[in-house]
Every structure is written in C-alpha cells, then in structure tokens.
Design a protein around this ligand. Structure first.
Ligand code: MG
Length: 242
C-alpha cells in the first residue's frame, strides 16, 4: 500500500542511514567474517566463523560485547584491552577495532549499493526538500561516499558529530533536532525516516511533523507502537504530492 506526503507542509527530510538508505548490515557481516576468520586461522583446532555465529553471538550487540561473546562460545578467553587498543593486539578491544578496520576495507573494496527505492525517493523529492542524514554510526560519511550518495547531503549528524558536541544519541531526539536546525528548518516542518525502534522513538518524542517507519524486519506493529505515523516496507512505496 502506498502512502502520500502532502505538498507544502514540510520542508526537510531527516534520514537515518543504515537500513534506510543503504543495506549496511551486509557490509558489517562481511567485515565480522573477515576479521574472525583471519584471527581463528591463527588458533589451532578452530572451525571457521559462519553467519550462524553472527546471528547467535554478534548481531545487534555493541562491538566489544559481540567479540567477547563469540570468543566465549569457542572457549577462548582474551584480555579485555581498551578502546584505544591497537587493532593488531590480541584482546577483545583489539579484535573489535580490527573489525572496524575490516568494515572500512570492505566498504572501499566492494562498495554498497543504496536501496533502489530509497534512491528513487531522493531523486523524486530533492527539488522540494532539504536533506540531512542522522546516524549513530561513526562511519556515515564513508558509507555515503561508497554508496554514491554524498552529493545529496550537505548536513550529516553522525556518531562522531554527536560525540564531539556532546549531543545524546537516539532514542533521544537531539541529533534529529540538531539536523533540523542546521537545515534552517524546525522539527514541526521536518520528516524523520527511520527503520529502528530507537530512531522512531527519537522522531516521536521530538515532535517532528511526520515520522515514517521503514519496515526492514522490525515489524509494522512495533514501529507504530514506537511512534511511527506511517509504516512502509520500502521508501519506493511513498508518493510525494507536488
Ligand atoms: Mg537504521
């Protein structure tokens, strides 16, 4: 079912990145696989890391927790290290930082294609709306560049910008509010587009004009319960009145 955005009501669209514009989860899965299999090859008697391991021990967790929980599943205990640990170090944080390097390498080597429906939506709305990306990721500019989307976004409020400016992340609305300000817009005249519960909550508690939930697997009921005004399976299902 398609939904229509009325014309003349909103002037800005604030997009989440991972899962809204790009299928970044696939890049993360490849990076985890390359990192863990590189490491396991140096440990005698270990079977390769697989996608089943990803879903069982890594998916959805903070990076270092994913490393620790997977290693535990293999009976491996490493020192904790620190967030500043060198990626070459054999520690939980070292392997986690190694995964971040692998993510950037996979992104650079393989690229990531935007969702076709999202690209079409950007093209259909770019004349009438100002755009920002609001992402918890600290890799947002690199992901946008790899997807060929950098040219659409003059404003990016990502995890790095939030940390540098002391802005609380989602589900707090502050990163979206900052993006609206930077676009010379207001929450009331801005549209938030999100695929995660925490992001939809940020849009709802920030009193944004419209919160669009993109259901990539979270489920329509859950997105609506979090505060989405509209839920679609893909941005290609949104029509824009002109
Ligand atoms: Mg997302």
């Amino acid at each position: 079912m398609s939904e229509t955005i009325p014309s003349g009501v909103y002037d800005a669209i604030l997009f989440d990145l991972d899962g809204v514009l790009t299928p970044t989860a696939e890049v993360h899965m490849r990076a985890w696989s390359e990192m863990f299999n590189g490491y396991l090859a140096t440990v005698p008697g270990q079977a390769p890391y697989t996608d089943s391991d990803y879903f069982a021990y890594v998916d959805g967790k903070p990076r270092y927790d994913g490393v620790r929980d997977f290693l535990t599943s293999r009976g491996i205990t490493l020192p904790e290290g620190t967030p500043d640990s060198d990626p070459a170090e054999e520690s939980v944080c070292g392997l986690g930082n190694r995964k971040n390097d692998a993510f950037n390498a996979v992104l650079e080597r393989d690229g990531v294609a935007p969702y076709p429906g999202s690209l079409a939506f950007l093209e259909a709305t770019k004349e009438d709306y100002k755009f920002a990306v609001v992402s918890s990721s600290k890799n947002a500019p690199a992901v946008l560049a790899a997807a060929g989307l950098s040219g659409y976004f003059a404003v990016i409020v990502d995890g790095r910008v939030a940390a540098e400016n002391g802005i609380p992340g989602k589900p707090a609305p502050d990163t979206f509010v900052r993006a609206a300000e930077l676009l010379d817009s207001t929450p009331a005249t801005s549209i938030v587009v999100e695929d995660a519960i925490s992001g939809v909550q940020a849009g709802a508690t920030g009193d944004f004009g419209l919160v669009i939930g993109v259901d990539r697997g979270v489920g329509e009921d859950a997105l609506r319960a979090a505060g989405a005004d509209v839920v679609v399976p893909d941005l290609g299902d949104i029509e824009v009145a002109r």
